[in-house]
Design a protein around this ligand. Structure first.
Ligand code: FMN
Length: 152
């Protein structure tokens, strides 16, 4: 059984919902199991148990949320087994992909053994949400496709 983990940050719960939808998609792939942890719920040392790591957070002032960036920075000293990863963000207005691209850059810089094989940017309809229509179903589909890549 391959193991995946989603580490996320979320203030109002929208990014958490996206993380949950992605995990439903991943868990739909036979041979892969996925858990979800908020940044404060897991120590970076525990990341070494996983075959794939996904990171997700809201866009805060055109940047990935600081708690997740700090988590990734702390993970730099951990010997990771994971070779593949993915990144996602949530955003409002016209900021699709803005934070997730920076998040990917940070991951590649700090965790160079991981190649990023999936990117998702999910729209929220206002600062507190809710998520725009279809974003959760797209996230589930994204998780399903990524889950299949873990097995490759
Ligand atoms: C302090 C702060 C700054 C934000 N700045 C941006 C921004 O620059 N661009 C953007 O698209 N959304 C911005 N947002 C909206 C967030 O992306 C939105 O609150 C988030 O996606 C909701 O996710 P969450 O429920 O997981 O916290 C900001 C939100 C906060 C709280």
């Amino acid at each position: 059984m391959k193991k995946a983990i989603i580490v996320y940050e979320s203030v109002y719960g929208n990014t958490k919902k996206i993380a949950e939808a992605i995990s439903v998609g991943i868990n739909g792939v036979e041979g892969v199991e996925c858990v979800i942890k908020k940044t404060g719920e897991i120590h970076t040392d525990n990341l070494c148990d996983y075959d794939a790591i996904l990171f997700g957070c809201p866009n805060h002032n055109q940047e990935p949320a600081l708690n997740l960036v700090r988590f990734i920075d702390r993970a730099a000293i951990v010997h990771l087994k994971a070779k593949i990863g993915a990144a996602f963000d949530t955003y409002t207005g016209g900021n699709k992909d803005v934070a997730v691209v920076k998040l990917e850059k940070r991951i590649l810089e700090k965790l160079p053994g991981i190649s990023i094989e999936g990117r998702l940017s999910a729209k929220v309809t206002g600062r507190k949400g809710p998520l725009a229509e279809d974003e959760e179903s797209k996230a589930q589909e994204f998780g399903n496709e990524f889950g299949q890549r873990i097995l490759e």
